[in-house]
Design a protein around this ligand. Structure first.
Ligand code: GDG
Length: 470
């Protein structure tokens, strides 16, 4: 890809560009690519105003990168983000039909915001820009950009899972959405399962044909659909783990749990993360292995997320209730089995906590990748690495097979895995960890970014660039 071509990234939230200890894997990878070739990052400002997407764009230039953001109205935010993205698409794509709310008005606003964002972005685009759109907020954006006359390369990456076709078909307008996705020249997924689900939907519902080289043909349009497992800035995270702030937090955790072995979980408080199931597994451990009472302590860091959405309010109640029950059942005067923190920590503090942990529980019921699993691995010290307990339903499972793999729904299985992790010899811990470390360091955020952009250049779409969905 010519280094002169400008990269344009579109994601719901923008930045940060400089790593002040806050950026996650996504921001680090993208910021790196943007800094290297220069470019533009477009998204929502996080503000609501009376004019919303119609209001003035804010522009800020940092080095070679221009950050452009627009606001939303309260109505746009409610329909697009809270209503459709987070109450319809998020549960649907995480296999949770029971939690899905299909709302005609939210669907309308979602499509309208995609069209508005395309229109606003188009003002900033040059014909030969390479545009990379991120995630489930913007399924229709590429199609809208084509309608606006953009003819350059268009890529899309889905950070979360793509549900099986039988389930995805429950979405009113599912065909529209997949047709709109065909406007992109390259569609990227976290795992082979997600890619296969998408390809099977196109095949069964839209008469699509699978073609060699990861290509899919629907009607006279052929695009590439490919797997790009996201990585982290492994070196940077390992460095965080060696920082003074990390040391301080590691020491705090150790002194807090006394002679107990620390077990940790770190997730946004989200029903897809299996936090409830993990606590039930921990409770079962205390029932089944009474020697562990007083000898382990579970710390769940769970920053509150999407608190305006009803299902998340319910989850918080259930979470706090369950923690109360476990502590009530098992606590003694000088020992509390479960600690929770719903305020966030800095990345360095997190790295310290991972490093001090004997076991890290990553037990999502469904997860695109799960960066916590990779961060935990990067933060360990060869002399005494902790054990990763990982759900078979996390995208990260495809790479991190040396973790203790669990079915988060099987409570006994989770309890036994924790016990096994606690008993594991140093030699076995080191062997498993080295294998995982090699993979986490071999596929970083920067590698992921490069792989996607190389594939976007090589994609060779067929069937014209006219919009497929009117
Ligand atoms: C989506 C997909 C995919 C958590 N607590 C704190 C904190 N975190 C950071 C973690 C990690 C990030 O948040 C969470 O990333 P995940 O990958 O675990 O999950 P999602 O937010 O759901 O991300 C996921 C990802 O996109 C990337 O493609 O892997 O599957 O769902 O980096 O460390 N960070 C700080 N304080 C906290 O308390 N600073």
């Amino acid at each position: 890809m010519s280094e002169k071509q400008r990269l344009v990234v579109v994601s719901n939230r923008v930045g940060p560009l400089s790593d002040e200890g806050k950026a996650g894997g996504l921001a680090v990878g993208l910021a790196d690519a943007l800094r290297r070739r220069g470019g533009l990052w477009f998204g929502w400002s996080g503000e609501t105003t009376k004019d919303g997407t119609a209001g003035e764009a804010s522009r800020e230039t940092v080095g070679e990168v221009e950050l452009v953001t627009i606001d939303m109205t309260e109505e746009e935010l409610a329909g697009f983000y809270l209503g459709y993205a987070n109450r319809a698409l998020w549960p649907l794509l995480h296999y949770r039909l029971d939690l899905v709310h299909f709302d005609r008005e939210a669907d309308r606003v979602y499509r309208a915001v995609n069209a508005r964002v395309a229109e606003r972005l188009k003002q900033f685009l040059r014909d030969d820009d390479i545009v990379w759109v991120h995630d489930y907020h913007f399924f229709y954006l590429g199609n809208e950009l084509r309608k606006q006359g953009f003819t350059g390369r268009l890529g899309f990456f889905l950070h979360i899972p793509f549900s099986p076709p039988e389930m995805f078909a429950a979405l009113p307008g599912a065909n529209d959405m997949v047709r709109a996705m065909l406007a992109y020249d390259l569609v990227g997924f976290q795992t082979a399962t997600d890619r296969r689900n998408f390809a099977n939907y196109a095949k069964h519902e839209l008469d699509g044909q699978k073609q060699p080289d990861d290509r899919i043909r629907v009607g006279n349009r052929t695009i590439t659909a490919k797997v790009f497992p996201i990585g982290i800035d492994a070196e940077g995270f390992a460095e965080f783990a060696r920082s003074g702030e990390a040391e301080e937090h590691a020491a705090m955790l150790r002194s807090n749990v006394g002679r107990s072995l620390p077990i940790v979980g770190v997730d946004r408080l989200d029903y897809s993360k299996g936090i409830i199931e993990r606590l039930l597994g921990f409770e079962r451990l205390l029932e089944q292995y009474p020697d562990r009472v007083g000898g382990v302590q579970f710390l769940q860091v769970a920053p509150l997320s999407r608190s305006e959405v009803e299902e998340y309010v319910d989850l918080r109640g259930e979470f706090e209730g369950l923690v109360g029950r476990i502590n009530g059942r098992f606590a003694t005067l000088d020992w509390t089995p479960v600690h929770i923190m719903t305020t966030g920590l800095t990345r360095r503090a997190l790295a310290g906590i991972y490093r001090a942990a004997r076991v890290c529980m990553v037990t999502p019921l469904r997860d695109g990748m799960n960066l916590v699993a990779k961060e935990f691995v990067a933060a360990q010290d060869e002399a005494d690495p902790g054990v990763l307990v990982l759900s078979r339903f996390a995208g990260a499972r495809a790479e991190l097979g040396e973790a203790l793999i669990v079915n988060p729904y099987a409570t006994d299985h989770v309890a036994n895995a924790i016990e096994r992790a606690l008993r594991m010899s140093l030699e076995e811990r080191q062997r498993r960890w080295r294998a995982m470390r090699d993979k986490v360091f071999a596929n970083t955020a920067a590698d992921w970014c490069r792989a996607f952009l190389d594939a976007l250049e090589a994609a060779e779409p067929d069937g014209g660039v006219e919009a497929l969905l009117p």
